[in-house]
Design a protein around this ligand. Structure first.
Ligand code: IMP
Ligand code: MG
Length: 335
C-alpha cells in the first residue's frame, strides 16, 4: 500500500498559532492512517483539549489522542529523557503509546547540546534551551548520534519507515522561524515548512491540503529585532497579550505582541502553499475592541470588527490566489 493523500498543518508566523488544536481537529474529522512530525524537537509545545481536558505534548504528534499511529520523522531531534516523560504522561492518562514510533534516523539531543545551548544560544538568541541548534549542527557536520545508535530504551519505539494511506503532517514552529525564510540568526535550526515534510518519505505530488495557521495578531517568544522592546511598552499591545494569555507553552515566557503584519502573512501563505487558512483568536481581538493591522508597512486602524475582517480577507483573496478558503475562528477547539 502506498501513500495516497497527505495533508499538512503549518504555522505561518513565529509558532504558537494553535497548530496542535487544528491538527487535533483534523484528526477527529478525517481518517488518517498516520500523524507525523517532520522537524524540530521538544522546543515545540502543543496544547490540545480532549473532552475539555487539557493535554500538552512537546514532541509526540496528536494522533496518539485519537488512536492513530504517530510518527517522529528522520529530520526531528529527540531528547530521550523528555520523550520517555511524555510517554509515561500519556500512559498515565491511558493513551495507547504503542502507536508512537520514531525514525531510526532522527538525531539524539545530548546533555552537552543542552549545556551549550544554555551557555550561548539562550543568552544571545533567546532559544528554548532544548539543545536544538547544537544537535542540528552535529547532524550537518555528520558527527551526530542517531536513534538507531541508541537501541535499548528506544527499541520499542523504532519505526519501520513505512507510510501508507492517508497522512497528516503536523508542523512545529512557523514560517518566520524557518532557517531559510526567517530573520536569521533569530530562527530555529530546522525547516519548518511543507517543502521539508517530504523528508518523511513521500513525494510532493501526494500533498493535497495545506492548512496554514495564524492569529489575528502576531506574537513572538525569544529575541528578534523585528519585535523591538518598544512593543513591550505599548499599552494596547500589553492588554492584547493579557487577554490572549500569551505565554509560551514550552518555556512559560511572556510573548511579545504586535498587530498582524499582513505583508508578512501574505508572503507566508504564498510560499508555504497554504490553500486553507485558519486565522484564530477572533474572540480575543473582539474583547480588546481595537482593530489594527499592518499593510504595505503602514499601521491601519478600523473601529469596526466586521470591516477589519473583511479588509484582511479581501487582501488575502487578492494576493494569495492559491488560498481558496479563509476560516476566521475563536481560539480553535475546532476549525
Ligand atoms: P530554538 O529552536 O530553541 O533554538 O529557539 C530558536 C528561536 O525559535 C527562539 O527565538 C525560540 O523562542 C523560537 N522557538 C523555537 N520553538 C518555538 C515554538 O515552538 N514556538 C515559539 N517559538 C519557538
Ligand atoms: Mg506550539
Amino acid at each position: 500500500m502506498e501513500v495516497n493523500h497527505v495533508d499538512i498543518c503549518v504555522g505561518l508566523s513565529w509558532g504558537d498559532e494553535a497548530k496542535g488544536k487544528i491538527s487535533a481537529q483534523l484528526c477527529k474529522t478525517n481518517n488518517y492512517d498516520f500523524v507525523c512530525r517532520w522537524a524540530g524537537g521538544n522546543n515545540a509545545g502543543h496544547t490540545i483539549y480532549i473532552n475539555k481536558i487539557k493535554y500538552t505534548t512537546n514532541i509526540i504528534p496528536c494522533g496518539v489522542f485519537y488512536g492513530v499511529k504517530s510518527i517522529i520523522g528522520p529530520d526531528c531531534v529527540i531528547n530521550i529523557d523528555s520523550f520517555m516523560k511524555e510517554i509515561n504522561y500519556l500512559k498515565s492518562h491511558n493513551f495507547d503509546t504503542t502507536l508512537i514510533k520514531i525514525s531510526p534516523k532522527a538525531h539524539i539531543v545530548t546533555q552537552e547540546h543542552i549545556d551549550e545551548d544554555l551557555k550561548y544560544y539562550t543568552k544571545n538568541q533567546g532559544s528554548t534551551s532544548r539543545g536544538i541548534a547544537p544537535c542540528y549542527r552535529d547532524k550537518y557536520a555528520r558527527i551526530g548520534k542517531r536513534v538507531e545508535d541508541y537501541s535499548g530504551i528506544l527499541n520499542d519505539y523504532m519505526w519501520d519507515e513505512k507510510l501508507y494511506g492517508s497522512v497528516l503532517c503536523e508542523g512545529a514552529q512557523g514560517y518566520w522561524l524557518d532557517i531559510n525564510m526567517g530573520n536569521y540568526p533569530f530562527v530555529t535550526s530546522s525547516n519548518t515548512l511543507p517543502y521539508s515534510a517530504c523528508s518523511l518519505g513521500f513525494p510532493p505530488q501526494c500533498i493535497q491540503n495545506i492548512y496554514g495557521a495564524a492569529k489575528l495578531y502576531d506574537t513572538r517568544v525569544g529575541k528578534d529585532p523585528d519585535f523591538p522592546e518598544t512593543l513591550l511598552l505599548d499599552n494596547e499591545l500589553i492588554k492584547l497579550g493579557e487577554i490572549g494569555e500569551e505565554y509560551g507553552t514550552t518555556t512559560g515566557r511572556k510573548r511579545t505582541v504586535n498587530w498582524l503584519n499582513l505583508d508578512k502573512l501574505i508572503k507566508a501563505i504564498n510560499i508555504s502553499g497554504t490553500n486553507i487558512l485558519i486565522l484564530s483568536k477572533a474572540d480575543i481581538i473582539k474583547k480588546l475592541n481595537i482593530f489594527k493591522f499592518i499593510l504595505n508597512n503602514e499601521l491601519i486602524e478600523y473601529d469596526d470588527y466586521t470591516i477589519f475582517i473583511n479588509v484582511i480577507s479581501n487582501n488575502i483573496r487578492k494576493y494569495c490566489p492559491c488560498c481558496s478558503t479563509v476560516h476566521i475562528s475563536d481560539n480553535p477547539y475546532g476549525i
